[in-house]
Ligand binder design. Structure first.
Ligand code: SF4
Ligand code: SF4
Ligand code: SF4
Length: 252
């Protein structure tokens, strides 16, 4: 039954993930009462027990790993006018995709041992491999302020455009010393900006949680790795953390 409340009704759903992005949303809402007052939240397992199929904006966290996930995701898509991928697991498969391209039965045995056949799990898919997605909030976890900006834009009828330039740009704007000069590896040259280069600014190499830019120069990154004494195995291992699905899809 439709609500008489005229506020936009928003809903949150989770698939295979750690639910850290929804926790980040809950945290963001504690300091953005304006946003909380502008919408009606009708599904949010971490915050409310009520549930409704009457919503206009759906935020989906997590990857699809089972056939029944795809069925459920398609039903959510049917109900929502706007569907948003929330976090790296939904956006690019995230850490779930570490096993992309591996033998699923073997991975299942390795993780679950004798109980392997009781656990249903199949290929890892980001949600846009199953349904059309209108907007993305990348990251592991998402950035609080990017979530707030995205919701405000959607409420104004705009779809936020993600930066399509690398983390290195933000790192340089902040006049950070490049980590390669202190013998640390970093995926900043191929990773989508928008996080403010938070990891390199803290002395930690970017692991690519926001996904690759649309035209990553992998050969150039390989050269940078090699010139700085890192072997190809290290490059592959570093990229595998978040970028496995994108690498598999791009045949990198
Ligand atoms: S993107 Fe990261 S924080 Fe968000 S649900 Fe996935 S693993 Fe958790
Ligand atoms: S530290 Fe990383 S993000 Fe910063 S300039 Fe160097 S490679 Fe780019
Ligand atoms: S620096 Fe890289 S790993 Fe860190 S938050 Fe930004 S995109 Fe993610």
């Amino acid at each position: 039954m439709s609500s008489t409340n005229t506020k936009p009704r928003i809903a949150f759903f989770d698939f295979t993930c750690c639910e850290g992005c929804q926790l980040t949303v809950a945290d963001a809402l504690q300091t953005h009462f304006d946003l909380l007052g502008a919408v009606e939240i009708v599904n949010f397992r971490e915050m409310i027990s009520e549930k409704s199929d009457d919503y206009s904006i759906a935020f989906v966290e997590g990857s699809c790993t089972r056939t029944k996930d795809e069925v459920r995701l398609k039903a959510i898509r049917d109900h929502a006018q706007i569907l948003v991928a929330l976090g790296a697991c939904a956006h690019i498969g995230g850490v779930n995709a570490i096993r992309a391209g591996l033998d699923v039965a073997g991975v299942r045995r390795y993780v679950y041992g004798e109980r392997a056949m009781l656990i249903e799990t199949d290929s890892i898919l980001p949600i846009d491999a199953v349904v059309p997605v209108d907007a993305y909030i990348p990251g592991c976890p998402i950035d609080r302020e990017e979530f707030v900006r995205t919701v405000k834009a959607l409420l104004l009828g705009r779809v936020p455009i993600l930066p399509d330039y690398p983390v290195c740009i933000e790192c340089k704007i902040k006049e950070n010393v490049c980590l390669y000069t202190i013998d640390k590896a970093c995926l900043g040259p191929i990773t989508r900006a928008g996080c403010g280069a938070i990891c390199p600014m803290s002395g930690i190499g970017c692991e690519g949680c926001r996904g690759m830019i649309s035209n990553p120069n992998i050969q150039s990154l390989k050269d940078v790795f090699s010139e700085n004494g890192f072997d190809e195995k290290t490059l592959v291992e570093t990229m595998t953390i978040f970028l496995s699905y994108q690498m598999m899809e791009s045949e990198l």
